[in-house]
Design a protein around this ligand. Structure first.
Ligand SMILES: Cc1ncc(COP(=O)(O)O)c(C=O)c1O
Length: 392
């Protein structure tokens, strides 16, 4: 199959998968629990502009930074947007102006918001993040009461949410640490409720918690990796299989593809690539691919990964260059110039998963997809793996 013309390296997004994954997550949650799709970091590398229209069923979106939140507004998103990262003090007014909900954990931010809510009727919606044991953003329990009083006494600041984040819920089959964190959070919620009305949006659950522990759901799931059809970890999958709840059928959204830029036969004993780290041990048909670590194809994949051509595995030869990769297609019959090559995703009966790529690169599936270059063309594909079949 030939690749779409004019594009050398591209991302394909399965148009149906995100909606399907959201439905699978909803099946894990109780009635009335809202679903917040985490689309930070360019929608985990998938492309936020292309992903947002595929996530019509999400009630909320979460991003990390103010600029990402403003980008969602520019894209026409009118649904609630939560910023989970830090907003600089001199820019909190922009968050208020754009109606973005802010995660707060510093008294300085609340004081800055007082200045930003100068106009009558202008509201700053804040989600107070509690430190329950992850050791990153969050208000310590011993400072919580004072913090809540400060929020309640600051004109224009509305305590819309209360949240926390789990430290190791995806890392282990033993969830006692997450249970401890939940117990601290329950205490925090009680304290907050004793000082004022219950915040309407209480949320703690990332993907693993959403799938495994209904008691973490409260009012909203804050799901990232599972929305993109990937499991948070093997441990999460095993825990789900051995639990009593539904096991979501997650469908990966992203594929990464390129096409052959040159074919040549190198004699036995030829070096391939920088550093001459690969030497042919037979006459070798080499496909030169116009993709590299600049596109997010990790340099550590050199001499380790394979790509898929015509549904067959073609080993990567030598180091990954900034913009070039070489693959051995000696055993793949009839490969042509400009033929499609799958770096991540399915080709025929073969599939290179983000998990396999993560194993090759000694990282996690989150990083594999998130590091996909934002400069690549994103094609939204519906129905099968012909890239020209349903481009949106
Ligand atoms: C605060 C917060 N909530 C939710 C998520 C989503 O986590 P996951 O992708 O595991 O669902 C993240 C991801 O890093 C996060 O930082």
């Amino acid at each position: 199959m030939l690749a779409p013309m004019g594009t050398l390296v591209w991302v394909e997004l399965d148009a149906d998968a995100p909606g399907h994954n959201l439905r699978e997550l909803r099946a894990c949650a109780g009635e009335g629990v809202k679903l917040c799709a985490v689309v930070k970091s360019n929608a985990y590398g998938h492309g936020v502009e292309q992903m947002v229209p595929l996530l019509d069923d999400a009630d909320w979106f979460a991003v990390n930074s103010l600029d990402e939140g403003l980008e969602l507004r520019r894209l026409g998103v009118s649904r609630p947007v939560l910023l989970v990262g830090y907003v600089p003090l001199d820019r909190v007014g922009e968050a208020v102006g754009a109606g973005l909900s802010m995660t707060v954990f510093n008294a300085e931010t609340i004081r800055a918001l007082a200045g930003a809510c100068g106009e009558p009727g202008q509201e700053a919606k804040v989600h107070l993040k509690v430190e329950t044991g992850t050791g990153r953003q969050g208000v310590l329990m011993e400072e919580l009461a004072d913090f809540v009083r400060l929020v309640h006494s600051t004109p224009g600041v509305i305590l819309e949410g209360l949240s926390t984040h789990y430290a190791n819920i995806e890392d282990t089959l033993n969830h006692s640490y997450a249970e401890q964190q939940l117990a601290v959070f329950d205490e925090a919620l009680q304290l907050v409720c004793s000082l004022g009305p219950r915040p309407p949006v209480v949320h703690t659950a990332c993907s693993a918690a959403s799938i495994l522990f209904p008691e973490t759901h409260f009012d909203m799931l804050r799901a990232g990796i599972s929305v993109y059809g990937l499991w948070p970890s093997r441990e999460t999958y095993l825990s789900a299989l051995s639990g009593s709840g539904p096991v979501p059928d997650l469908v990966p959204v992203l594929s990464l593809k390129t096409r052959v830029a040159q074919l040549k036969t190198l004699p036995r004993g030829s070096c391939v690539g920088y550093g001459c780290t690969f030497k042919t041990s037979r006459s070798t048909r080499v496909a030169v691919l116009p993709v590299g670590y600049a596109d997010g194809y990790d340099r550590s994949l050199g001499n380790r990964a394979y790509v898929l051509v015509r549904g067959q595995r073609a080993p990567v030869l030598g180091r990954i260059c900034m913009n070039v990769v070489m693959a051995d297609v000696t055993d793949v019959e009839g490969v042509q110039l400009e033929e499609e090559v799958t770096l991540l995703g399915r080709s025929g009966d073969e599939r290179i998963t983000a998990e396999l790529m993560a194993e090759w690169a000694a990282t996690i599936n989150y990083e594999v997809v998130t590091r996909t270059s934002p400069f690549l063309t994103r094609k939204v594909v519906r129905g099968g793996d012909d890239p020209r079949a349903g481009l949106a």
